[in-house]
Ligand binder design. Structure first.
Ligand code: PEP
Ligand code: MN
Length: 365
């Protein structure tokens, strides 16, 4: 349930309302937007009389929120969340970022790859040190040593680093090393103890959609992190398993638009794991960007045939640099103001789009 507070409400009145709600055993989530303040009420709200709430002087209107995800819901927080990833890099709300680097940290070649992706315009550096591999006999990642190399490269290039965490017991290690964004991989997106543990920090968390996960399950994964107090969540569409066998997974481009409609959280597209083949990565990257993704995560390796993991889907630095130029053109196209009062429809739902979220929470219809 949400209570939209009147613009005329004083901070004391708002405080009083929050205390009143919390005093009845509910949790609250306050979102102060440019135009309105929304108090989200979390708990068994069947026990709240909406008419009583609406009769309060400072309450403009009350609305039930039927979705099980609350903090991640756009109805609770109409404005886009902007996640600060460190090094001056922000994602969401019109801030578009490209995360690039090898699948795994393999050693000092990371510096070469990092310099190349930065030169091409990538703003965040990726590389796995703890790798989720289908076979226990495959390379499992360099572990803590890999994190050191990654952090060193991030420092040299002044780029935030994104790297996968698989075990809740590693949160302290990741915090100690200063990892900027903790990635929850597709295989762990419903590892609830892990989600809760990263939720206890305030570090940005990038959650990849599970290969058989629905959009609602992805948003519930975000809810797990946010319910522990960490609002800094970035979502990632990395392809889902379908009947198709020609590609590793199927990029669900729809999910990018649907997530923007349902949630205020930023979402990035991962064309590398979505497709599994270098030749398809760029078209999929363009599609994700055109659909309004807040960023992309792309695997790049300077010798793909020698990569220790996922070489078959790596772009070379030259391919990546070309793709970055085209991505910039696509961003320009979808964000352009054509002077006809319309928007591209990609990104944040606005009042002029047929969105009941926008009309419910912004126009007051
Ligand atoms: C990765 O980013 O290297 C990775 C393992 O991705 P996913 O969890 O999407 O398979
Ligand atoms: Mn990979």
């Amino acid at each position: 349930m949400i209570a939209v507070v009147k613009e005329s409400a004083t901070p004391e009145q708002l405080d009083h309302l929050i205390k009143w709600i919390e005093g009845r055993g509910f949790k609250t989530n306050v979102s102060k937007g440019e135009n309105e303040t929304i108090v989200g009420i979390i708990g068994d709200t069947t026990k709240i009389d909406p008419f009583l709430l609406e009769s309060m002087d400072i309450v403009e209107r009350v609305q039930r929120v039927s979705e099980p995800f609350k903090k991640a819901n756009r109805k609770f927080h109409p404005e886009d969340t902007v996640v600060d990833c460190g090094h001056g890099i922000k994602i969401g709300g019109g801030n578009f970022q490209v995360i690039a680097g090898p699948c795994s940290v393999e050693g000092d070649n990371l510096f070469r790859i990092a310099r190349a992706v930065k030169k091409a315009g990538a703003t965040m550096l990726r590389g796995g040190a703890f790798k989720p591999r289908t076979s226990p006999y495959s390379f499992q990642g360099m572990g803590a040593k890999g994190l050191d190399i990654l952090m060193e490269a991030g420092k040299e290039l002044d780029m935030p680093v994104v790297t996968e965490i698989m075990d809740p017991r590693d949160v302290e290690l990741f915090m100690d090393k200063g990892v900027d964004v903790m990635q929850i991989g597709a295989r762990n997106f419903q590892n609830f103890p892990l989600l809760k543990e990263v939720g206890k920090t305030r570090k940005p968390v990038l959650i990849k959609r599970g290969m058989s996960g629905t959009i609602d399950e992805l948003l519930m994964a975000a809810e797990y992190v946010m319910s522990e107090g960490n609002p800094n969540v970035i979502l990632c569409e990395r392809g889902i398993r379908t009947f198709e066998t020609r590609t590793r997974n199927t990029l669900d481009v729809n999910a990018i638009a649907v997530v923007h409609y349902l949630s205020h959280l930023p979402i990035v597209g991962d064309p590398s794991h979505s497709t599994g083949y270098t030749r398809y990565v760029r078209p999929a990257a363009y599609a994700a960007c055109a659909a309004g993704a807040d960023g992309l995560e792309i695997e790049v390796h300077d010798h793909p045939s020698e990569a220790w993991s996922d070489g078959a889907q790596a772009l070379t630095p030259t391919q990546f640099a070309d793709a970055m130029k085209r991505i910039a053109l696509i961003r320009k196209a979808i964000t352009a103001d054509l002077g006809d009062g319309e928007t591209s429809g990609a990104g944040t739902p606005t009042a002029d789009q047929p969105s009941d979220v926008a009309s419910d929470t912004k126009a007051g219809a």
